[in-house]
Write a protein that binds this ligand. Structure first.
Ligand SMILES: *Cc1c(COP(=O)(O)O)cnc(C)c1O
Length: 229
């Protein structure tokens, strides 16, 4: 089941890429979001070709990280509390959810303590939803520069979560706007940042996100089916 669904998602990504303008970069990285799915499901997905997994809670990720006997890249896609930074840097290759100076400092310190340079994305709250984390676009530049200056962080790009519109097409202008912002950030002058990733798109909207220029999608339900809580 997981294998078939994964194949379908991969094919949808290929089709979505074919529909976009040629100026957009070809590669799109699929992150399989395994939150609330067990280690067996994770192994099955990895054995079917998944290379990158996403988790949103530290405790759950830690248990899986200690159990999983497979080599994969770990992405933290959920909100991070500063008091969990220490654990987060031990597990995750990329943290997508940096959205304040306070959090950036905590992650930088935690990474310094274990001698790591932590790859991070800055999360942007483009639609200014109260229910979502992320920095507002107008405050983003300052944070990007501060993150860039921190010796134990490497800034790799931006992440966003679209609002849960009833009509998914409503996400399109937001994704298009994020892509513009991403291109502007790529043109900015940094010290160590390497702006490569625009992380946007989930099960219900990843095809639109890819059409509009996303190069990192985070798909859970589309691969594993509905989550049981
Ligand atoms: C859970 C989650 C996803 C995946 O959601 P699906 O709708 O199951 O694909 C993607 N991104 C974030 C930030 C999430 O928390």
């Amino acid at each position: 089941m997981i294998k078939e669904r994964l194949k379908e998602v991969q094919e949808n990504i290929v089709s979505a890429k074919a529909r976009r303008s040629p100026d957009k970069q070809q590669d799109v990285l699929l992150i399989a979001v395994t939150k609330n799915h067990d280690i067996h499901a994770m192994r099955e997905a990895i054995d079917a070709g998944v290379t990158d997994i996403g988790e949103n809670r530290i405790q759950e990720a830690k248990e899986k990280f200690e159990t999983l006997d497979r080599d994969v890249t770990w992405h933290l896609i959920g909100h991070l509390q500063t008091n969990k930074a220490k654990q987060a840097v031990k597990i995750f290759d990329i943290i997508h959810s940096i959205d304040s100076l306070h959090l950036a400092e905590a992650v930088n310190n935690a990474a310094a303590n274990i001698g790591k340079v932590q790859k991070v994305l800055v999360q942007v709250n483009l639609a200014k939803e109260d229910s979502k984390s992320g920095i507002y676009a107008e405050d983003m530049e300052e944070l990007l520069h501060k993150v860039d200056e921190m010796p134990n962080l490497q800034l790799m790009g931006l992440m966003c979560i679209a609002p849960n519109y009833e009509d998914v097409e409503e996400c399109r202008p937001l994704f298009a706007e994020m892509y513009k912002i991403f291109n502007r950030v790529k043109e900015m002058t940094f010290q160590t940042a390497n702006i490569l990733y625009l992380s946007m798109g989930m099960t219900h909207d990843y095809q639109i996100a890819v059409e509009e220029g996303s190069n990192m999608v985070r798909v859970g339900t589309g691969i594993f089916g509905p989550r049981q809580y």
